[in-house]
Design a protein around this ligand. Sequence first.
Ligand code: SAM
Ligand code: SF4
Length: 357
Amino acid sequence: MKDSFGRTIDYLRVSVTDRCNFRCVYCMPEDGYPVSPKDELLTFEEMSRLIHIAADLGMTKVRLTGGEPLIRKDLSMLVANIRKHPAISDLSCTTNAHLLGEKAAELKAAGLDRVNISLDTLREDKFVEIARRGSLRRVMDGIEEAMRVGLNPIKINCVLMKGVNDDEVVDFARWTLREDVHVRFIEVMPIRWNLDETDPMDAMSALSGDRKLFRLRIQEDVGMLSDAQMRRMVVPFSVAKERIEHELGPMTSFEIPTNGPAHTYRLANAKGTVGFISQISWDLCERCNRLRLTADGQLRPCLMSDGEVDLRTPLRDGASDDEIRSVFLNVVANKPERHYLAEGQKVMGRGMSQIGG
Ligand code: SAM
Ligand code: SF4
């Protein structure tokens, strides 16, 4: 499928749930977002049908996401169903890895190719402040198990935030020297406009250098980082790259087949790679090849623009495959050229966990 700007659309991100067992400060309020009633979430049969139709139309890559995809029961059944379509050459999943230790083997056996794991810190005290649920130990166990069962290449997505985890870039990069992990630093995105700042405050406390005292300050009525705070937390990748190279030596450009939009490098003699992904300062839109299907059955052509088209209603009203195909084709034809975040665009609608990041 080609959109009206000549981009090939061959990648479908499927959110399997809008629920999550974490409350990452850049993603959700402490109390979470209101979740869809269960009967509004697509069943696995409905998802499989839509994914197969999308694959008939030319989608070759599918990524399962959420919310936290691993909290959806029997996810491996969906994986096995998607795997049956011969056109799907890359089937992956984005997860916070908290449940990966117990589920990696069955997902691999069902046909999952690989996982992207979200991990923003290697320090337990920061983990508690950022994810606000779960434990770093379990996440690390999940990563180990994913390596053991061969969900390769294993990518570690780290949302980089000034003053929060930018002092850990070297530790993350050092990990790639020891193990075949692909660390990608992601620019924090003001994904949901949620506060007019009357009293701007820094998200980090001014507490002393004692590592144990790391605290994040979040305005109570918002319950998560505000749009304005996130804009102030963006770390230029040149700074992160310089810091890594200063400590660990020069990195050379290194592309791997499933790189997607990352600009990827490798340290000398490293087993893994270090990548940088920016949605705001480097214009990814030109190369965007994605559509998103939300857990409640909305087809969304752009993460950063509020438009969605309802697929659940026609699906449940008995639409034919041809009718559903034409919804896909229409959404592709109307995919926006780009987002306008750099110009101050505010995404007013749903949060990342509700859309499927
Ligand atoms: N729960 C799964 C996880 O965390 O991997 C999948 C869903 S999560 C919404 C997908 C990705 O979105 C994660 O890697 C997370 O770090 C990223 N994300 C969420 N909010 C973000 C933000 N404001 N800026 C940048 N990345 C964000
Ligand atoms: Fe949950 Fe992923 Fe959002 Fe964190 S980033 S709150 S793990 S959906």
